[in-house]
Design a protein around this ligand. Structure first.
Ligand code: SF4
Ligand code: SF4
Length: 407
């Protein structure tokens, strides 16, 4: 790859040169921030596994002292894009508070240039994911008909045929995964219970493009975004409610920055449910006696600032006691599944990271982990199984559904 070809990396040049090389992003051992980079913590911890090393490599690439290789690609794809390095980094704009070093944008840009010019160095599992997206419009190799199966017999409004105020957007991971399917059905039942006028797209629901963007196929993600904005705007809904933190971050952050405006407002289900609870449209009647901890998905918490809504819901559930882990909210320990890490190197690093997150829940005295993202749930579930821990992993939808009569 020549310097001229590094267009994506050049576009984020200022972030690279704003880095002071202080190394804060590789350290911290306090109760609040036991460690910054989950990848560094779960690997031998060499410089290239955490933010500073990746930025030094990016600078070397821009200046021509480093050329693409398989080990460089390994360094770039060893990142969950959790954003904790940005939260802990002291280089912020004094007026806006925005990070002056945006590591997630640097890593994504390096991945994009690599994928475009040196795909031979990129893990083939990512190519399979991109091929599946082109073939089925979802990354998990699942045909459209499978994706729509959860709606069968529920009598839900079809968003392409009838207008509804809300579009319930399940994302690809929930309806493609047998262990998560019930979540979509429960979400629909909860919305029905609250009297929400909503519709679904079923087998015609497209992929939001988040995973494709994170692994570096900017072009494909842009095409998907363009097509989806047209679809969402033509449906005529006012609101899109997502079940997945990654979809929500994609709709709120990336779609919002697109040339064509997305007309409906996007929310994650926890934000929407918290509002319904405040409006007393959902009354929790059934008591569940359980001590739980909430795992903040990085895409919902650090990337969108949604920390209070899920806690508000959990604290309102009869019998539920919420305990916080020492590293929580903006300092939360990543589950390990983001940024394409559940695919990278067979998902081993992702699971090693998940084990640390699950252990922190045990230390907090929780009897269950509750999250609001299918990626977190799958990875934390694999982690607790590896630990042989009795700790169940739930989505907040499960607890809300259990607290409502007739759901
Ligand atoms: S990314 Fe931030 S914390 Fe890390 S070395 Fe650069 S300036 Fe320091
Ligand atoms: S985004 Fe997360 S995983 Fe990636 S370098 Fe920063 S702290 Fe490490």
């Amino acid at each position: 790859m020549s310097k001229k070809q590094m267009t994506k990396l050049s576009a984020v040049k200022s972030y690279i040169y704003n880095c002071r090389k202080c190394g804060v992003c590789g350290g911290k051992v306090t109760a609040r921030v036991p460690y910054v980079c989950p990848v560094r913590e779960a690997t031998p911890g060499f410089e290239h596994f955490y933010s500073r090393g990746k930025i030094i490599i990016a600078q070397g690439m821009l200046e021509g002292s480093i050329t693409p290789s398989a080990s460089l690609a390994e360094a770039m794809y060893s990142c969950t894009l959790c954003g904790n390095c940005m939260t802990q980094c002291g280089a912020t704009d004094q007026e806006t508070g925005q990070p002056l070093v945006n590591t997630t944008k640097i890593v994504e840009a390096m991945r994009a240039d690599l994928l475009e010019h040196n795909p031979e160095f990129v893990d083939p599992a990512y190519q399979a994911l991109l091929k599946s997206t082109r073939q089925y419009d979802n990354p998990w190799g699942v045909p459209r008909t499978t994706k729509g199966k959860w709606t069968k017999g529920l009598g839900l409004k079809d968003a392409q045929k009838e207008r509804a105020a809300v579009l319930l957007f399940t994302g690809c991971t929930v309806p493609s995964n047998p262990s998560l399917l019930e979540r979509a059905k429960k979400a629909a039942a909860i919305l029905n219970k609250a009297g929400v006028d909503f519709a679904v797209l079923g087998q015609h629901e497209p992929c939001c493009g988040s995973v494709q963007k994170r692994i570096g196929d900017f072009e494909l993600a842009r095409e998907m975004m363009k097509k989806n904005i047209f679809l969402f705007n033509s449906i005529g809904c006012d609101t899109i409610v997502t079940l997945c933190a990654g979809c929500c971050s994609m709709l709120k952050n990336e779609y919002a920055a697109s040339e064509t405006a997305l007309k409906p407002k996007a929310y994650h289900l926890v934000e929407f449910l918290a509002k319904l609870v405040r409006e007393k449209k959902l009354i929790f009647a059934i008591k569940q006696t359980r001590t739980v901890t909430y795992h903040d998905p990085c895409h919902l918490g650090r990337h969108l600032g949604v920390f209070d809504a899920p806690r508000e819901i959990l604290q309102g559930l009869p019998g539920i006691k919420l305990v916080e882990r020492s590293a929580t909210r903006e300092n939360t320990i990543c589950c390990g599944a983001g940024g394409g890490m559940r695919i990278f190197a067979g998902g081993t690093i992702a699971e090693d990271i998940g084990v640390k997150a699950a252990m922190s829940a045990q230390h907090a005295g929780a009897e269950a982990i509750v999250s609001a993202c299918p990626f977190c749930e799958l990875n934390l579930d694999a982690a607790v199984k590896r630990l042989d821990s009795p700790l169940p992993v739930y989505d907040i939808i499960d607890l809300v559904s259990d607290a409502l009569t007739g759901c």
